[in-house]
Design a protein around this ligand. Structure first.
Ligand code: BGC
Length: 726
């Protein structure tokens, strides 16, 4: 039995995944700490405290700023949301959500997306980007799952790793959030997440470990409690797990208003309070003068305050913000005075269109797609989800902040994780442009008039019917939802789909949703395809048209399970004080596997316009370079006549004695293959990949016994498997 720490083994495991970034001025932690020391050594206690204390809600240019110092010089760091781009900004790009990045199952695209987010943040003078989110989708209703990378910890780990690398390559500090066990919005500030030590680490800490390997600069602790102690004053979570076990060298900031004390928080490992206030907007702070006094009273050591300031300054120097960093040009709370600083570009926009297309998941297709323009005369488009939203969705501005109201196509969730749109190419616009002048495109956006919809659809060659659901962050409520109250479509969606399908035998359903929905119409004989574009951002219509018309062969894969019925899911939103994570390791598809429940669409599932064969799986356990314990190779061949990408997925089944779920994702590779082409795909399984957390010894161990590696096109479409012994 090998006992090793989760991070140290995997530094090597993931090193070298990111590529091609203009990474200038970046430093190692050692170099960064040496630079930080030169500055922090000259600071008074008050100056050090200033670095750790937010100036106050809506008092500064950014959603958070800490106090800077003149002598020695240290800037007032600007903290700005969020996980998909720069919030409260103009001349920006509104790209795809985290959940779409996950749906690509493509590391390069994940990295490039983050690089652009970092680039635009830097351009606006943002020092600290408040993303990525790695909150796992436990209950499919969860309001903020769309900001992150889905229901699997390995996928979250890769998503988080690439995000940190990409953003920090642009001299901007990434912030991993929300640490930890913040997986629903209801009662997020008052509930206590109850989870065992093994599940805590294998599922929820895992992505943080991967991000620490990527050089993560900051972590945001969450609102909720763990073991009846707030996450932001939880010595076990912050000091023991994050700083000691994972050797996290950066700093921990509170979520906005999540600090509840001075000495207990600071001594538990909180390094920065955000946005500074005790209660948002009150002008008071648990840090600031209260922290200075706590040092004078002996409740906090000055050494600890120095450590806090050092961690913050070191993150700043690590990502190289000390050279040529732009002035902050955001004016978050007075948008009319925002200077014009253009950070978007044609290249960024092109990328959004491409990743939007790469993240479309084709759920069903009887051959109707791709649409061939040849014998097409008339297209009907039905549903408000195909329309460009009006500016404020018809409601007043207050209710409509942060994308909380939307009367048109759904392209991102609401809350602090949203950004403003420069424009939206609606699905209707994208389809109309691509169809060309010779095709008549008619539409109706009235979701409630099913008769009119049916009539419009009845004589079209093909009918696209659009429907949506929405979700978002707790401080905004839309029709009683932040977490979704149920998984049914909004705005009469099911009836609309039924009506169109009854009227047109070439019906294609398109759903925009932050997560799974129920599909009571799925077996309707006239529904010839179901398309799932996720939350694609400003280029949504173009990305969709690229796939519908076959300019892009779809290769997106579901980053969560879509069940046949709501009760089939292993976790649900809880309204109790104690949120019991009783599914333990069986999050997402693992629960369906463990309980033999057939999903409607499995995790990792998605169709292509081509077909792919897998063959000749070989596994060898010769110790390879680095810490690889087993290597699997498999040949993937494009057996259709269309070029395209396949996402080969590798699942590991541990020896039975390990007590793991039936199988867990431990590798994926998106391979582009021309028609007829074959390629060898290699998966390396490291000690980290093959370890479990042993509660008795409190360490990560590689269980001895027989492992199975299963390679396939989804978690329920295994094509090849082989066993090996360790
Ligand atoms: C959210 C964070 C966000 C912060 C600042 C909080 O309500 O939970 O994710 O970064 O606000 O806007």
């Amino acid at each position: 039995m090998i006992c090793s720490s989760l991070t140290s083994i995997a530094v090597i495991a993931l090193a070298g995944l990111a590529q091609g970034a203009p990474t200038s001025n970046l430093r190692s932690w050692e170099e960064a700490y040496a630079k930080a020391e030169q500055v922090v050594d000259q600071m008074s206690l008050e100056q050090k405290v200033g670095l750790t204390t937010g100036i106050g809600w809506e008092k500064t240019l950014c959603v958070g700023n800490v106090h800077g110092t003149e002598d020695p010089y240290f800037p007032s760091l600007c903290l700005q949301d969020g996980p998909l781009g720069t919030r409260f900004a103009s001349n920006n790009t509104a790209g795809v959500s985290g959940i779409n990045a996950a749906a690509t199952f493509d590391r390069d695209l994940m990295y490039r997306r983050a690089e652009i987010i970092g680039n635009e943040s830097r351009g606006k003078g943002v020092h600290i980007q408040l993303g990525p989110s790695v909150d796992l989708i436990r209950a499919p209703h969860g309001g903020r799952g769309w900001e992150a990378f889905g229901e699997d910890p390995y996928l979250q780990g890769v998503g988080g790793y690439e995000f940190v690398k990409g953003v920090q390559s642009q001299n901007v500090i990434a912030t991993a959030k929300h640490y930890i066990l913040n997986n629903q919005e209801i009662n997020r500030t008052t509930s206590n997440s109850v989870v065992d030590e093994r599940t805590l680490r294998e599922i929820y800490v895992w992505p943080y470990a991967r991000m620490v390997e990527a050089g993560l600069g900051s972590v945001m602790c969450s609102y909720n409690l763990y073991e009846d102690i707030y996450a932001c004053e939880n010595d076990y979570l912050l000091n023991t797990v994050l700083k000691e076990e994972l050797s996290f060298k950066g700093f921990v900031m509170s979520d906005w208003g999540a600090t509840h004390s001075t000495a207990p928080s600071v001594n538990a490992g909180l390094d920065m309070t955000m946005p500074g206030d005790i209660i948002m907007g009150d002008g008071l702070s648990w840090f600031g003068p209260n922290l200075t006094k706590a040092v004078e009273d002996g409740d906090v050591s000055e050494e600890r305050v120095t450590d806090m300031a050092m961690r913050i300054a070191a993150a700043h120097f690590k990502v190289g913000q000390d050279k040529d960093f732009p002035e902050t040009s955001l004016v978050s709370f007075d948008r009319k005075s925002e200077p014009e600083v253009i950070v978007t570009s044609d290249e960024h926009i092109k990328f959004v269109r491409d990743i939007g297309a790469a993240s479309v998941v084709l759920l069903a297709n009887d051959g109707i797609l791709p649409v061939s323009s040849d014998d097409l005369q008339k297209i009907a488009i039905v549903g408000s989800d195909a329309a460009a939203p009006s500016e404020h969705g018809g409601l007043n501005e207050v209710e409509c902040t942060d994308m909380a109201c939307n009367d048109g196509t759904y392209v991102m969730g609401w809350g602090s994780g949203s950004v403003d749109f420069p424009y939206i190419i609606s699905p209707t616009e994208g389809i109309t442009n691509r169809a060309g002048d010779s095709v008549e495109v008619v539409h109706t956006y009235d979701d409630w008039d099913t008769e009119a919809a049916a009539e419009l659809a009845s004589d079209a060659d093909i009918a696209f019917v659009f429907a949506k659901t929405e979700a978002g962050e707790e401080y905004l409520m839309v029709d009683g939802n932040n977490d979704r109250k149920n998984l049914t479509l909004w705005n009469n969606g099911d009836n609309l789909i039924q009506a169109v399908a009854d009227a047109n035998e070439n019906t294609v359903v398109v759903i925009h949703s932050p997560g799974p929905i129920l599909m009571p119409w799925i077996d309707h004989e006239n529904i010839k395809a179901v398309v799932w574009p996720g939350l694609p951002g400003q280029e949504t219509g173009n990305s969709l048209a690229d796939v519908l018309f076959g300019d892009v062969n779809p290769s997106g894969r579901l980053p969560y399970t879509i069940a046949k019925k709501e009760e089939d899911y292993g976790a649900h939103i809880s309204t109790e004080y104690n949120i019991e994570y009783s599914e333990k390791l069986n999050i997402g598809y693992r629960h369906f596997d463990a309980n033999d429940i057939e999903p409607l669409f499995a995790f990792g599932y998605g169709l292509s316009y081509s077909t792919f064969d897998y063959g000749k799986l070989k596994v060898n356990t010769k110790r390879g370079k680095r810490d690889t314990l087993a290597t699997a190779t498999v040949f993937v061949r494009n057996t259709g006549d269309v070029d395209g990408a396949e996402v080969a997925q590798a699942y590991i089944s541990f020896p039975e004695s390990a007590g793991e779920p039936p199988k867990v994702l431990r590798g994926f590779e998106r391979v582009y293959l021309k028609a007829g082409q074959q390629r060898k795909v290699t998966f390396e399984f490291t000690e980290t990949d093959l370890s479990i957390y042993d509660e008795e010894s409190s360490c990560w161990v590689v269980p001895e016994g027989e492992y199975t590696v299963s390679i396939g096109a989804s978690s329920r479409d295994i094509r090849e498997s082989a066993t090996f012994d360790l």
